[in-house]
Design a protein around this ligand. Structure first.
Ligand code: SF4
Length: 481
């Protein structure tokens, strides 16, 4: 008998992307296989996000599109999990009775059993838990990349930012023990992974559960002792908890990359207070100064929300000032919109949509200008690019190979004989606001199947295989924190 097939549809942040790797692992462990791209799957799983605007409309719209497909494919099942499922629970089945399974953020591991139960009992199954059942890292996983992996160090968040639904859906922060985290990293490296990203809603408060406020810096340093681990990143830090020992650990641990994505959200102290973000603009800029003092070429990126309730033109101008002063290499920018269930949704003085849109446009223009200027600073520098699966681009007849530099910048390279997982050393020849082009290839380092440093044609001044903090560039990779 052929195996039942599945398709996963993921929305939202890195946390969800990583959770989807767990869901795929769980399903495959239970005997399912991933559906071919053009085939109708037996099971469609939505891993939802409640943070984004119109998340509900999008989900129910997609479920509506699936109804006729399900009718014409007897036996097909639909499951809805993630933050929106945790928020809506049984309402999902009330609005879309053709959904077979609803599961929450705390019981991902139940998915295969719930699917089976729904099939046998011919009845929708809704199962949510108020607290985490099993730390997701103990579940099987199906990684999307052979060379890069996420590693959860914590789930949940103890903060109460007024615009954020995460604390009520993901619960209080739970920290994994450092030994468990490091064991997972070692196993990933043994499996060929070169780059890991330590993942938590607030990585800087890691250790709060077991009473060690220096735990995150120690964890970074321990990652530095793992042979074969080339690159360590993390997301998201919270400015309130960002301590100097973490900056020291970043600067002193060679495989911790010189990039930092630290959410600003607003440059106005008044708005930060209303957001319940317990740092102020000067404190934020102070962290950036100390990061740059320790790592002069670190690339720093951020998240910014415009149009938070009560934001005045003066507040917005303060945000623009911080963006200029911080010299961000990139930013995720968001227009504030009400999220039901968050304290900010009930605040007076909601900013009119046209004002929000106007400020948003001005913010984006400034972010692009600053990011482009930052990128131009690296013209002529040498970058080490870890070639990634699935990234590449065509410039006319030229098919480029692409990857990320040490500080996480997207770099498009001249055609070169390099495979995913190889590290290419190249000189930057062009800078755009969102990427670099490096047409002068200096060498390719095979990271698997032989470690030979293969020199390119212009290799006379090729750098050594490992060189850090060489290039002040970076791109954002996350959305919350
Ligand atoms: S924005 Fe980040 S730090 Fe604030 S409550 Fe949400 S997850 Fe926690």
């Amino acid at each position: 008998m052929s195996r039942r097939t599945y398709e996963l549809r993921t929305y939202g942040c890195q946390m969800n992307v990583h959770d989807s790797e767990r869901l795929a692992g769980l399903l495959e462990h239970a005997g399912y296989e991933r559906a071919a791209t053009d085939a109708t799957p037996d099971v469609v799983v939505f891993n939802t996000c409640a943070v984004r605007e119109n998340a509900d409309n999008r989900l129910y719209g997609n479920l509506g599109h699936l109804l006729p497909v399900k009718k014409s494919h007897p036996g097909m099942q639909i499951a809805v999990g993630g933050c929106l499922a945790q928020k809506d629970g049984a309402r999902v089945v009330e609005r879309a009775p053709w959904v077979d399974v609803v599961f929450g953020t705390h019981n991902m591991g139940s998915l295969p059993v719930l699917l089976e139960r729904a099939r046998v009992e011919r009845e929708s199954q809704v199962e949510l838990r108020e607290a985490l059942e099993v730390f997701p890292s103990t579940l099987p996983t199906r990684r999307e990349s052979a060379y890069r992996a996420w590693v959860s160090i914590s789930v949940g968040c103890n903060n109460t930012c007024t615009f954020c639904i995460v604390p009520s859906l993901r619960g209080k922060e739970r920290d994994r023990r450092p030994g468990d985290v490091l064991r997972e990293v070692e196993m990933l490296v043994a499996d060929g992974v070169l780059e890991i990203t330590l993942l938590g809603q607030n990585v800087n408060s890691y250790g709060v559960e077991f009473g060690d406020r220096l735990a995150f810096g120690k964890l970074l340093r321990s990652c530095g002792d793992i042979d074969g681990l080339e690159r360590v990143r993390f997301t998201s830090p919270h400015p309130r908890d960002f301590t100097d020992d973490v900056i020291d650990a970043m600067a002193e641990t060679p495989n911790v990359m010189p990039s930092l994505h630290m959410p600003l959200q607003s440059g106005s102290d008044r708005v930060l207070r209303a957001m319940r973000r317990s740092y102020r603009a000067q404190a934020y800029l102070g962290i950036i100064d100390r990061v740059r003092a320790a790592m002069p070429n670190a690339a720093i990126t951020t998240d910014v929300i415009v149009g938070f309730p009560g934001e005045t033109e003066e507040d917005f101008a303060a945000t623009l000032d911080v963006v200029r002063e911080a010299r961000f290499a990139g930013a995720f920018t968001f227009q504030y919109s009400k999220r039901p269930g968050t304290p900010a949704a009930d605040l007076p003085d909601q900013v009119p949509a046209d004002v929000v849109a106007d400020r948003y446009e001005r913010l984006v223009a400034l972010v692009e200008e600053v990011a482009w200027a930052e990128n131009k600073r690296v013209l002529g520098e040498v970058v080490e690019v870890l070639i990634a699966e699935g990234e590449g681009r065509k410039d006319g007849a030229t098919k480029r190979v692409s990857g990320r530099s040490e500080d996480n910048r997207l770099v498009h390279l001249a055609p070169v004989d390099a495979r995913p997982g190889d590290v290419v050393s190249a000189r930057v020849t062009y800078a755009a606001p969102h990427h670099l082009v490096a047409d002068e290839i200096l060498g390719v380092r095979r990271t698997r199947g032989g470690d030979a440093w293969q020199r390119g044609t212009e290799a006379a001044d090729a750098p050594p295989p490992k060189q850090r903090n060489a290039v002040p560039i970076g791109m954002p990779t996350l959305r919350l924190g």
